[in-house]
Ligand binder design. Sequence first.
Ligand SMILES: Cc1cc2nc3c(=O)[nH]c(=O)nc-3n(C[C@H](O)[C@H](O)[C@H](O)COP(=O)(O)OP(=O)(O)OC[C@H]3O[C@@H](n4cnc5c(N)ncnc54)[C@H](O)[C@@H]3O)c2cc1C
Length: 271
Amino acid sequence: MASSFDHTTRREAHLRPGEGYRVEFVDGVRFLWLRTPPYSGNTVGRIWNMLVFGFRVWRGTGWGPIERPDVIVGSSPHLFAALAAERVAARLSVPFVLEVRDLWPQTFVDVDGYSRHHPFVALLERIERYLYRSARDLEDLLPLRPNLRIVKGAYLEPPSVAYPKKADVDRNYVVLAERSLLEGGFTAIATHDERIIRWLRAYAYHHEIPSTAYEFQMLYGVRRDLQQRLADEGACMRVYVPYGTHWYPYFMRRLAERPANLVFFAKALLG
Ligand SMILES: Cc1cc2nc3c(=O)[nH]c(=O)nc-3n(C[C@H](O)[C@H](O)[C@H](O)COP(=O)(O)OP(=O)(O)OC[C@H]3O[C@@H](n4cnc5c(N)ncnc54)[C@H](O)[C@@H]3O)c2cc1C
């Protein structure tokens, strides 16, 4: 389910006049576009748009029948969307998984300069904490034999939701990846950390996990030597290649995530 009003272009992108919703397949994925009010800029209109979307999802009526899902993934383009997804998951008694997409309300504080004590920021913080607590972890997903990509996470998160020390992140990565390899459906080991890759390869071999049940994934241009070696050794190695017209925001995000990438970029440009 997604809002029909396009945040990037600030235009109604999917519905004809008079339509309240529409089902559409995009690259094989079924989308249910829900009409939400238009807005421009970061104004009260935008908040209203978010609330209307959350309310329509939460209410769960006004469109055709939808079969009961095995799991509900609530994404956070904004927190009201994720909160509505959590409420629907609770109503249907299915596991709720929180996909953290955008950081709320951190962006308001860091980028827009709002005080942490601003009532809207405080409200978002409460919702965020509630969602983190509600999200079930890997154990709830394993019986569904999921197809999982395991990453360490590119963003700096507060200690309430993430391990502050890298050593703990690394250790937990291995724990989760081993669990997924043993009991999950398909595991994408998405890291450039050679020690972890070597360990998990040995682990998979030792536990006779078929090579069709997992693969390694890395970002295009990062540790090419290791990518090549793994492929030469017969491991399934997938490379994540971003493409399309929105290269600039993607590039800026990658830079913010890892400023050292500027050096890689400069080298590639000059070399
Ligand atoms: C396919 C894929 C999808 C991902 N999707 C997401 C996502 O949706 N959300 C999210 O938060 N994170 C995502 N990540 C993780 C994120 O992009 C970084 O890969 C991760 O934070 C870096 O950690 P690492 O596992 O490589 O290990 P680290 O211990 O951080 O790095 C190991 C070594 O790899 C090298 N390295 C790692 N990253 C880079 C880089 N960007 N540029 C150059 N060298 C590097 C360095 O030499 C480093 O010492 C994804 C990663 C992959 C491979």
